[in-house]
Design a protein around this ligand. Structure first.
Ligand code: PLP
Length: 501
């Protein structure tokens, strides 16, 4: 069995490492330009100058005018701001928003919010590749359509949409067009004027910039309202003292984006080698990503018969960072809405992993990953034991050799009771509590919905715990399949581990 040798980061759609140019710029701005850009003296004016220069850089990276850029706390906020703008000033007669069923949750949930205010939200179907079916869009858009909202590139499967065509259909019916360009930026050229869109959103941390800063493009003259009310910052559209270091970091990332774009052909070649090699070691794999018009760095792959939660834990054990195709929320183990929209069953979605390569991915990273994946797929036994929820019974729970470890987050514990006699510590603090966990017992790990358990189990294995297992599906699964035990024993005798001195 291989042991941890390399750190391989294949999750660049989740976030990218900040570049050294970005870190350097941010540090200097943070130290030397701490003035509040709204103040009147010289050092504050220096900060205001950085703010405006950064706006110019970002505008020019996307083909916009500086006045059309509003800085926000993140792209989720930017998406919310556009959509919720329509709540404060609904245009007469038009109250339908047409979107795709594969949008990011910051769009999806804001759309649901609009729906609760009486807006008619319609999802245009996508094909097996996640591409908007234009015939359907043509049928749906009419003179009641307020907005067509469609992401440029999908974060899970990499599908690139024909935004120009979508915009043309929308505009010819007098509707506005919004596109979440978060994943496209830095991977394919983005020019908002060429795309002919009215709104677009961006996030710095996907292009080697800092987290906690996003931007909103609003075409001059398009309606927009503040989401956060307060001071006059950002022309009254986003109150709050500007994080100049973050904004400057974003601008540096945008200025160096040409380098990122220039690396994409190499990244695409690596991705192709990776998928060819995967096919050689496991011909049953199925790609959920389109073969053309796809982000060069992204590939979503189904491994029939292999649960993605455990797979991710195993890869993490070997230093490889990837994501599931499925996003589990805290209460239910929900398969990815994107994979469902392109026709995958719940089970198939739970067998899917997303690999997103980046500027730092090397050939050795790929060959190492292939070796680890091959070992996993062919292993006769694994370093940790998986328990189906139905197997988690009184014999296991009350065995004197069993030590139950509940790694759920505080807010999850409020939603569901835990296994009896659990020792509670939140996953992200686990490393601080290791000395309190007995090495001579069998450690049974329970998380909320099945994603974190395998990660924690593999982590403990890597820290010298020899007998470790986890409850597949977590407490959600246990409650579902053993409602009798959940009612009778749930939450009994739990112990909170104490922080170490
Ligand atoms: N839109 C897409 C397509 C994304 O992938 C993400 C981030 O994962 C976001 C929006 C949200 O970006 P942020 O993290 O800046 O809120």
């Amino acid at each position: 069995m291989l042991r941890l040798r390399r750190h391989v980061y294949l999750d660049n759609n989740a976030t990218t490492p900040p570049s050294s140019a970005v870190c350097k710029r941010m540090e200097s701005v943070l130290k030397e330009c701490y003035g509040n850009p709204s103040s009147l003296y010289r050092s504050a004016r220096d900060a205001a100058a950085i703010l405006e220069e950064s706006r110019i850089s970002i505008a020019s990276a996307i083909g916009a005018q500086p006045e059309e850029i509003v800085f926000t706390g993140c792209a989720s906020e930017a998406n919310n701001q556009i959509l919720k703008s329509f709540l404060s000033n609904p245009p007469l007669k038009r109250n339908t928003v047409i979107s795709s069923p594969i949008e990011h949750p910051s769009v999806m949930n804001a759309l649901l919010h609009m729906q609760s205010f009486g807006f008619n939200i319609v999802f245009c179907p996508v094909d097996r590749n996640g591409r908007i079916i234009m015939k359907e869009l043509l049928r749906l858009v009419d003179n009641t359509t307020l907005l067509v909202c469609c992401m440029f590139a999908n974060n899970e499967i990499g599908t690139i949409q024909d935004i120009r065509e979508i915009a043309s259909i929308a505009h010819s019916n007098g509707a506005l067009v919004m596109s979440d360009c978060v994943q496209a930026l830095g991977k394919v050229p983005v020019d908002v004027k060429e795309l002919d869109i009215d709104y677009a959103t961006f996030s710095a941390h996907k292009i080697h910039g800092p987290k906690g800063i996003g931007a909103l493009y609003v075409r001059e003259g398009s309606p927009i309202a503040a989401l956060i009310h307060g001071g006059h910052q950002e022309g009254g559209l986003r109150a709050g003292t500007e994080g100049i270091h973050n904004i400057a970091g974003f601008a540096t990332a945008a200025e160096t984006m040409v380098t990122m774009l220039a690396k994409m052909p190499d990244i695409l070649r690596l991705k192709k080698n990776f998928s060819d090699d995967l096919l050689k070691i496991f011909p049953q794999i199925e790609s959920n990503s389109p073969s053309d018009n796809c982000l060069p760095n992204t590939i979503s792959i189904r491994f029939p018969g292999f649960d993605n939660a455990e797979f991710i834990g195993y890869l993490d054990y070997h230093g490889i960072c990837v994501s599931a195709g499925s996003a589990c929320n805290t209460q239910e183990n929900k398969p990815s809405h994107v994979l469902k929209a392109i026709g995958l069953s719940d089970d198939a979605a739970r067998e899917t992993l997303r690999f997103s390569l980046g500027a730092n991915t090397s050939e050795r990273d790929i060959s190492y990953s292939i070796r680890v994946i091959h070992d996993y797929l062919t292993a006769k036994s694994l370093p940790v034991t998986m328990f189906r929820p139905a197997q988690v019974d009184e014999n296991l729970l009350f065995n004197e050799k069993t030590y139950v470890l509940d790694i759920r987050y505080r807010y999850d514990r409020k939603l569901l009771k835990g296994l009896p006699n659990s020792h509670e510590v939140q996953l992200f603090f686990l490393k601080r509590y290791l000395s309190q966990i007995p090495k001579n017992k069998f450690i049974l790990i329970a998380c909320q919905a099945g994603t974190d358990g395998p990660l924690a189990a593999y982590y403990l294995r890597s820290r010298g715990f020899r007998n470790v297992g986890f409850v597949a599906g977590g407490i959600v699964g246990w409650k579902l399949l053993r409602p009798d035990l959940y009612e009778k024993l749930g939450g009994a005798g739990t112990i909170q581990l104490k922080p170490e001195e």
